[in-house]
Design a protein around this ligand. Structure first.
Ligand SMILES: Nc1ncnc2c1ncn2[C@@H]1O[C@H](COP(=O)(O)OP(=O)(O)OP(=O)(O)O)[C@@H](O)[C@H]1O
Length: 311
């Protein structure tokens, strides 16, 4: 018996003979937040629906805390809280009424409903909104209500499909903080097409492209891929590129706008000190020197491009 809260085993879904999700494998443990990342149409929602037992896989299986979703759907689903892409809110209800209904649907026992509602509201910062009609709440608060219904029965696994889509920057920040908090005592899976979001809230990341996993690992591994052997240098009096290329260790240099220059070097030859010395000696007016990180978007492009080459 392992300790995995979620196991996806060779998950595959065909639509009209075409694979929308192809052979997806991963495991998740308690207290981890997993980001399911991919562009529109990559197969995220289809995967989420299979994980939550709302869509049958064409092949493969899902286990929630060791319980097979196909064999024992009722037991497996009871361990999951799910916020689909389209929020299942009844807008004519108040927050209290809706969460009470959600608790009943999730089979919270009658004597525990009040406590479960209070608890979910507190965790989602909704206590002061208890008597408000959902339709009168802002988009961000409606999303909190959606998350509150997903955690109301204290499920082992919380699955949130695109939880920050359509929110403003402050709402996005609040929802991300909430997801991290929820992730401390539940396993959480979020799907998103926003790379920095994954970096901010997730421990593990699966990158999916055209239905296939192209990266599966810890967020640290992904972040490390971003830190290439590059420096970004700001110079008030930039010299000719050739002069920079003469510095020991520098393998490539390119001029960018506003006197900035990007320099590449081989792994073992960090030339920062030599660049500072040259800049001082030759009066280049150095005002900035820092590692230049590849954006996560670039990493994503590289990963999906490698995958295309491999096909
Ligand atoms: N019911 C369906 N019938 C036929 N094709 C479908 C169906 N649902 C999804 N697809 C196709 O499967 C692929 C994956 O769709 P899915 O909704 O899972 O992607 P996604 O990554 O969640 O994208 P988005 O962020 O746009 O929702 C797409 O090509 C989509 O057109």
């Amino acid at each position: 018996m392992n300790n995995f809260t979620v196991e996806a085993i060779e998950l595959t879904r065909l639509y009209g003979g075409r694979e929308a999700v192809s052979n997806v494998n991963f495991t998740l443990s308690k207290g981890e937040v997993l980001g399911f990342l991919g562009p529109n149409g990559a197969g995220k929602s289809t995967t989420m629906k299979m994980l939550t037992g709302n869509l049958a896989p064409s092949y493969g299986s899902v286990k929630i805390c060791g319980i097979d979703m196909m064999e024992n759907p009722k037991e497996a689903k009871a361990l999951i809280g799910y916020l689909p892409e389209m929020r299942p809110l009844y807008k004519e209800l108040t927050v209290d009424e809706y969460l009470t209904m959600a608790a009943r649907l999730h089979r919270v026992s009658a004597k525990n409903i009040k406590k479960a509602v209070e608890n979910a509201k507190e965790r989602c910062g909704l206590t002061h909104m208890s008597k408000r009609l959902i339709e009168n709440l802002s988009n961000g608060y409606q999303q909190r209500v959606g998350i509150a219904q997903a955690i109301i029965h204290s499920p082992m696994v919380v699955i949130l499909d695109e939880p920050t889509v359509g929110l403003d920057p402050i709402q996005i920040r609040d929802i991300r903080t909430l997801i991290r908090e929820v992730g401390t005592d539940h396993s959480v899976i979020i799907s998103t097409h926003i790379l920095p979001e994954v970096e901010m809230v997730c421990d593990q990341v699966q990158i999916i492209d055209k239905g296939k996993l192209v990266f599966n690992g810890s967020i640290d591994v992904l972040k490390r891929q971003r830190v290439g052997n590059k420096l970004l240098i700001g110079l008030r009096n930039p010299p000719a590129i050739e002069e920079v290329l003469r510095i020991s260790g520098v393998s490539e240099a390119e001029s960018l706008a506003n006197g900035l220059m990007r320099v590449r070097y081989a792994e073992s030859t960090e030339p920062a000190e030599a660049i500072v010395q040259a800049a001082v000696q030759q009066g280049w007016g150095l005002y900035q020197i820092a590692p230049d990180q590849t954006s996560l978007e670039d990493v994503f492009m590289q990963l999906t491009y490698q995958e295309q080459l491999a096909v």
